[in-house]
Structure formats: structure tokens, C-alpha cells
Design a protein around this ligand. Structure first.
Ligand code: ADP
Ligand code: ADP
Length: 236
């Protein structure tokens, strides 16, 4: 479902003599349906960068990133947009929303985007918000003024509303209390049972061990700092 072939990523630091740092070096991996794989490695190892690459966020890079057979490196922008709508979910660390949109609509939106009726989408949104212990009085308000923990739970509810066959989870259990962490772990379990291929970053070792079937140490693909002059403008 998710397959990387010889993927590398360098950043060119324009404010530092165009030094080139290679953050990801020649990663190949494959995640099948019903499987959750953890990205591990120390801070700065490149976990978030690799996850953003798998979401198709970098235009120029080497190697292949195949999501359900579609190569994100070669895909047209509209194909990436369609893939993100239908196939590839991403729960980032922070909620980003359009101001003034009620929480219920924020969570229902991914289902509306794939053609679900308003009532079906709202029913699923209500179910998730209740599961994640967001009080009903908040559902009609925009989440922009919610606490950090509430926003994170709204973000997770939205991320799990549509049953994506491939999912990327960036610290989905960070800063949640034990009860809500359990809810997230059960949502992951459910998604796996429905055949989702999941890649996650989990700081919390216990949560990682429970959610994930195996681990990939991104650190072993981090070659460290190299320098090169005259490479300005080339970010590969
Ligand atoms: P992790 O998620 O494992 O903590 P990151 O993927 O956030 O690691 O970062 C990996 C390395 O790439 C770090 O050294 C970071 O400074 C660098 N990096 C990430 N994004 C950029 C960028 N846009 N430009 C330059 N360097 C970056
Ligand atoms: P984090 O909250 O994990 O730090 P970032 O803010 O670094 O995530 O976002 C990672 C990347 O994913 C960014 O390049 C951002 O543009 C993209 N992104 C995040 N959320 C969405 C979304 N809902 N739709 C499209 N792109 C998104």
C-alpha cells in the first residue's frame, strides 16, 4: 500500500553558504494493508521530513514513493490532491482549520469531500467527537479557541473520519491523558482491522509498542552533515 524505493532528501541552507544537508539517504520500505509501522530515531533523525515526503510535500526528490501504486514523485498536483482526499490520510501534530467553521463540520469535512451525505458525515463526526470526549456544547463552536489537548483530539477525529487505506500519524498520542490515549489506540486498531496501512511517529514507547507491528529506525538513513558550495538554488 505504501512503498518507498531508494528515496533521498537533501536541504540546501541558503543562509549558511549553501551548505547541503542530506537528511534522508536511500530509504526503501514497504507497509502493507493492516500493518502499522513506527518511524523511530532521535530528534533530528528525519522522521517528520520522511513523513512529509510520503505525504507528497516535496516536489523534487530522488527515488519513488508509491501510494496504492501511484508514484507521488511523478504525480501531477491534481492527482496528489485526489490521492490525499481518497486514499492518504495525514494527522499532523497541530490542527489547522479555516476560522469560524464549527467543529462538527471540521470533522465531517473529509467525508463530505468523498461524497458522503451531510447526515452520514455528521453522524460519524458526532460518534468520533463523543469517543474522544469533546463535550457536545463545543461541537457548534470553531475549535480555534479550544485548549491544545482539545484541538489535538479534534484533529484526530477529523483524521479518522474517512477510512483512508493509507494513514500517516505524527505523534497522535502526544500530550493526551491516559483515557484519550486509549481511544486513539483503539482507532488505530480499528483502522488496521479495516485494512489500513499506517506509518506513525510515537514518542511514547508504550503507545508505540501497542500500536505498531514493527519499527524502522530513520537514524540509520541519516548520513550527517556535508558541505558544498555553489549549490545554491538546488534543493533536491
Ligand atoms: P525528526 O522529525 O526526526 O526530529 P526532522 O525531520 O524534523 O527530524 O528533521 C531532520 C533534519 O532535517 C533536521 O536536522 C532539521 O533541521 C532538518 N530540516 C528539516 N526541515 C528542513 C528544512 N525545510 N530546511 C532545512 N533543514 C531542514
Ligand atoms: P506538524 O504539525 O506535524 O509540525 P507541519 O506543520 O510541519 O506538521 O506540516 C507538515 C506538512 O503537511 C506541511 O508542509 C503542511 O503544508 C502539510 N499539511 C498539513 N496538514 C495538511 C492538510 N490538512 N492538507 C494538506 N497539507 C497539509
Amino acid at each position: 500500500m505504501i512503498e518507498l524505493r531508494n528515496v533521498s532528501k537533501t536541504f540546501t541552507l541558503h543562509n549558511q553558504n549553501s551548505a547541503v544537508i542530506k537528511v534522508i539517504n536511500d530509504v526503501s520500505l514497504s507497509v502493507g494493508r493492516g500493518e502499522c509501522v513506527a518511524l523511530t530515531g532521535s530528534s533530528g533523525a528525519g522522521k517528520s521530513t520522511l513523513m512529509r515526503m510520503i505525504y507528497g510535500n516535496y516536489l523534487t526528490q530522488s527515488g519513488q514513493i508509491l501510494i496504492d501504486g501511484i508514484d507521488l514523485v511523478q504525480a501531477e498536483p491534481r492527482d496528489v490532491i485526489a490521492l490525499r482526499r481518497e486514499t492518504l490520510g495525514y494527522v499532523s501534530q497541530f490542527l489547522r482549520v479555516v476560522p469560524r467553521v464549527p467543529t462538527l463540520d471540521v470533522v465531517a469535512e473529509p467525508l463530505r469531500a468523498v461524497g458522503a451525505s451531510a447526515s452520514d458525515a455528521q453522524a460519524r463526526a458526532k460518534e468520533l467527537l463523543a469517543q474522544l470526549n469533546i463535550p457536545q456544547r463545543l461541537w457548534s463552536l470553531s475549535p480555534t479557541t479550544f485548549s491544545g489537548g482539545e484541538q489535538q483530539r479534534v484533529n484526530i477525529a477529523r483524521g479518522f473520519a474517512h477510512p483512508y487505506p493509507a494513514m500517516l500519524l505524527d505523534e497522535p498520542t502526544a500530550s493526551l491523558d491516559a483515557a484519550n490515549r486509549e481511544v486513539v489506540l483503539s482507532l488505530i486498531e480499528e483502522a488496521k482491522a479495516c485494512g489500513a496501512a499506517i506509518i506513525g511517529i510515537f514518542h511514547d514507547e508504550a503507545a508505540r509498542a501497542r500500536a505498531c507491528d514493527r519499527e524502522i529506525d530513520v537514524g540509520k538513513f541519516t548520513p550527517g552533515l556535508s558541505s558544498s558550495s555553489g549549490a545554491a538554488g538546488q534543493s533536491k
